[in-house]
Design a protein around this ligand. Structure first.
Ligand SMILES: [Zn+2]
Ligand SMILES: [Zn+2]
Length: 374
């Protein structure tokens, strides 16, 4: 009997343990809904392997991306920095791309050819992706490398402008050389998120110069170790709103600036793109007035993998919480709204605290609520 009690106790403790992992229950694969008119492609376009200064072979990068449910990656080896070249000689700068394409051929993962133009500041480091051949990009002068990228019809973005290896104060600054690159159409995007950094200054540079907002892992070690995927963590990614699921459409979407970056629980993007994502992610499922009360129970479904933090902007107050509402990922949340009278429909307005659309500015969300119980 004692033994049985112990067994039951152990079982209970085990179940409790599983229960605590519940916000991981929807799995490791990253999920965001398609938005109005576009397919949402999940991209990590800044990654390293042993073919530059990373620690793993390209097959690991392909498998990590498949596990994360990504649509597309780019292995962007440093053109000018190859610390493993004594052990792994590789004069061909396309080699890691070629291996990754072969390794991904039986999956849905798309691989984009890319390279990191690795220079001191300015211009710092930049990724050229959608290139045709990395080898001719190896040039003496930085400007020549950017020109070669343009000749190959590349999309080029400025990497980690906030990196303390190049900017001691951690503040991204636009130099004359960058202005020159932008005016000549040689620079199209900027990393606002890189690895474990977020740059408000880079976001301002993106908005002021109409550059595409990018977020990447820039992973050198293992995704699992850097981002603790076993505890529900995830790498930073760029969501690209594309007309189709293809590399051509991806490039069109990036060039048009249709991105939202997902970093920890934060979303960063231009207002129009953020609005597309919010509209697709948060849906009013059910609106009921239970009993004889005038408290509307509004069920909101979150179709995305991020937890939304909403701040109430209306005069309504809520029955069981203050003005801050958390909408858990991939689940439903009920907000009990004290409407005083029973209303057939009304608007809920929120500031979305984890959706940044400009420095210190958050997206606004209006949910139109109509009764479903009459
Ligand atoms: Zn770099
Ligand atoms: Zn890098």
């Amino acid at each position: 009997m004692k033994k049985l009690t112990l067994t039951l106790l152990l079982l209970f403790v085990t179940l409790l343990g599983f229960g605590q992992n519940h916000n991981h229950a929807f799995g490791r694969k990253i999920n965001f809904p398609n938005v109005e008119g576009y397919v949402t492609l999940k991209a990590d376009l800044h990654i390293h392997t042993v073919f530059s200064d990373g620690s793993v072979w390209p097959d690991i990068r392909v498998q990590e991306a498949i596990r994360d449910g990504l649509d597309v990656i780019s292995l962007t080896e440093h053109l000018e920095y190859q610390p493993h070249s004594a052990d792994i000689p590789h004069p061909n700068r396309n080699r890691s791309y070629e291996l990754a394409v072969r390794l991904a051929r039986n999956s849905n993962l798309m691989i984009v050819r890319g390279s990191e133009i690795t220079r001191s500041m300015p211009p710092g480091h930049s990724n050229a992706i959608f290139i045709e051949d990395a080898n001719p990009m190896l040039k003496e002068e930085a400007m020549e490398a950017f020109q070669e990228a343009k000749n190959q019809n590349a999309f080029v973005f400025w990497n980690h402008p906030t990196w303390t290896g190049q900017e001691k104060d951690g503040i991204a600054k636009l130099y004359d050389l960058h202005r020159d690159l932008i005016s000549k159409g040689l620079l199209h995007g900027i990393e606002v998120v890189n690895m474990d950094t977020y740059s408000e200054e880079a976001l301002k540079i993106a908005l002021d110069n109409n550059l595409t907002i990018m977020g990447t892992s820039d992973v050198h070690g293992l995704i699992d170790w850097d981002y603790e995927t076993q505890h529900g963590g995830h790498r930073p990614i760029t969501l690209v709103f594309s007309k189709e699921r293809s590399i051509e459409s991806l490039q069109e979407g990036l060039t048009a600036g249709r991105t939202v970056v997902w970093y920890n629980n934060l979303l960063v993007g231009k207002e129009e793109n953020m609005n597309l994502l919010l509209d697709a992610s948060l849906k009013v499922e059910k609106v009921e007035y239970p009993g004889n009360t005038s408290i509307a129970h509004v069920t909101i479904k979150n179709l995305s993998d991020t937890e939304f933090e909403l701040r109430n902007l209306t005069d309504f107050s809520f029955y069981d919480m203050a003005d801050l509402v958390k909408i858990k990922p991939q689940s439903e949340t009920v907000i009990k709204v004290k409407t005083k009278d029973i209303l057939s429909d009304f608007d809920l307005e929120f500031e979305v605290m984890n959706a940044v659309i400009a420095p210190k500015a958050h997206a606004k969300l209006t949910l139109h609520v109509a009764r479903t119980d009459n």
